[in-house]
Design a protein around this ligand. Structure first.
Ligand code: BV8
Ligand code: ZN
Length: 249
């Protein structure tokens, strides 16, 4: 076990109140493309940040709904990777560990993690764009939802307005209860492990910084440098599915 991994394993062994904070890199090895390095499909022709907005949905609901159908289909085909399972192992080993994720997939839940705090919502919680009435998660659109194919959103059963994805779009406020729970956990932990996030999107990117400011040790797992490097006591430069299991073995 190389030095930084040993150091990180010791920090984890001594920690009493742990937070695990994950971004899209957590699911990369499950085949779920991240925003930044996904030069595939729609993302080549459209900037994801431009598509993940209320304006884009208003302008072209079928294009945006079709994009989320395709992303949900990709997640349904994906399987949790050893990194997701290592996070669940940390939760089992250190009772009270709080998992906070920016991801809208359900791979943490499928790996056995309990109650992840979804700061940016979920692909599996569509709701009415007008009255917020929860809508059923549709099965995959007939045939394989092809990347970039328009799929008109279903109508709300209650008010007939278009159903929207249950995610937080750019320019939208995060769910108050989720953000509050995340800040509360980050403010009272003694160790925060941040995995697979570029640390660029706010206010989520504040979470590891709050923990560091209040004296928690921070371990970062990311193959690349990020703005969170300076607050990390240990920077583990590698992919989540390899590095995290080494931490819990
Ligand atoms: C808000 C859900 C205010 C949707 C997401 C200027 C103009 C407009 C807005 C802003 C602006 N400046 C700041 C803002 C605010 C904006 C923001 O921060 N923009 C950034 C881009 C500058 N934030 C917002 O708009 C937020 N809302 O501010 O509202 C407000 C307040 C009150 C009332 C009304 C309004 C809302 C932000 C949430 C947006 N929704 N997701 C969807 O999924 O479609 S964000 C989405 O992108 C992800 O959830 C993630 O958080 C973020 C980044 O995605 P990625 O880059 O793919 O992932 P990540 O960052 O995690 O990077 C991948 C990392 O993994 C990399 O570091 C890579 O090295 C690493 N990696 C790769 N492989 C691996 C790996 N790591 C480990 N293992 C591997 N194998
Ligand atoms: Zn409605």
């Amino acid at each position: 076990m190389d030095q930084p991994v040993r150091e990180a394993a010791e920090l984890l062994g001594r920690a009493r109140r742990v937070v695990v904070f994950t971004g899209a890199g957590m699911s990369a090895e499950s085949g779920v493309p991240t925003f930044r390095d996904a030069l595939t499909g729609l993302w080549q022709r459209y900037d994801a940040q431009a598509l993940a907005t209320p304006e884009a949905f208003r302008a072209d609901p079928a294009l945006v709904w079709g994009w989320y159908e395709w992303r949900r289909h990709t997640v349904r085909l994906a399987r949790p990777n050893p990194g997701h399972r290592a996070v669940a192992a940390i939760q089992a080993r250190v009772p009270g560990t709080v998992l906070i994720t920016q991801n809208v997939d359900d791979l943490h839940e499928r790996a056995g993690s309990s109650d992840p705090v979804h700061l940016h919502g979920s692909l599996f919680a569509p709701r009415c764009s007008a009255c917020a009435h929860p809508a059923p998660t549709p099965d995959d659109a007939e045939g394989e939802p092809a990347d970039g194919r328009r799929v008109p959103p279903p109508d709300c059963a209650r008010c007939a307005a278009p159903v929207r994805p249950g995610v937080v779009w750019f320019g939208e406020a995060l769910p108050g209860a989720a953000l509050e729970a995340a800040v509360e956990a980050a403010s009272s932990c003694d160790l925060l492990v941040t995995v697979g996030t570029s640390g660029l999107v706010y206010p989520a990117a504040e979470i590891p910084q709050v923990a560091a400011r209040l004296g928690a040790a921070v371990i970062q797992v990311n193959p690349e440098q990020t703005p969170l490097d300076p607050i990390a006591e240990v920077n583990l430069r590698g992919p989540a599915a390899t590095v995290l299991p080494a931490l819990v073995d």
